[in-house]
Ligand binder design. Structure first.
Ligand code: ZN
Length: 231
């Protein structure tokens, strides 16, 4: 147990203690995603918290644990302002993103492909007025190391990383499909960090997607991409 673990245990004991729980153990764990796990025996709690928070200030840890409790309780989960500010600060992102990046597999770790650069697509979207500079600030773009056919793109809203399938790094895939996929992932950046949100394609997201000219048709054509895999 490190000093940080002891600090976590003492804060967790306070937060969980108010609800009648006893914290037997609380440790920071190197989960790839920002996560926490808990096991409960009677009123005895064992807690594992993502080590992305190991150097967070006490108040931030406290707000995280309170938020996690609301999540466990199953209602609307609410996370405090200090926690949200901390998690979305450039300082946190710059410090912890390299750790997340290292734990992520199958990335090219570059936005420069053999035929296309991700940043060119971003630039085109900015020039067309579809993206704002604020959407993409402090963001890392990378290709996957190999083409993936079912998951065409991915966005970590917490660490501001956009990953695009290398299937689009090919002259045989029309550029408009490539740009559209980049736009989709950048709309997740616009949503920002939402703790424990499992429904990223909400009404607001769909409204933003509807702003893309000819989006429905492009969406339709993207459905053919998984079929390329079988050829
Ligand atoms: Zn999406």
């Amino acid at each position: 147990m490190s000093l940080d673990d002891l600090r976590l245990k003492s804060i967790a004991s306070e937060v969980f203690g108010r609800r009648g729980f006893v914290v037997k153990e609380a440790v920071f764990t190197s989960f790839k995603e920002m996560n926490f796990r808990w096991t409960l025996r009677g009123n005895i709690v064992t807690l594992k918290v993502s080590d992305y928070l190991n150097d967070a200030p006490d108040e931030v840890l406290e707000e995280f644990l309170k938020g996690a409790l609301t999540y466990i309780a199953g209602g609307r989960h609410v996370f405090g302002k200090r926690y949200m500010e901390y998690m979305t600060s450039d300082g946190f992102i710059l410090r912890k993103r390299p750790v997340y990046y290292k734990r992520s597999r199958r990335l090219l770790r570059s936005d420069i492909g053999d035929h296309r650069n991700l940043f060119d697509a971003v630039q085109r979207l900015v020039e067309r007025g579809l993206l704002n500079e604020s959407d993409i600030q402090n963001t890392l773009f990378t290709w996957t190391s190999d083409p993936t056919f079912t998951r065409l793109g991915y966005c970590s809203q917490m660490f501001r990383i956009v990953v695009i399938s290398r299937v689009f790094d090919s002259p045989s895939i029309p550029e408009e499909l490539f740009d559209y996929v980049v736009y989709h992932e950048c709309m997740h950046l616009r949503q920002g960090y939402r703790p424990f949100n499992h429904r990223p394609h909400d009404a607001e997201f769909r409204r933003n997607m509807a702003l893309y000219p000819g989006g429905d048709e492009l969406e339709e054509r993207l459905r053919d991409i998984p079929k390329l895999y079988r050829k």
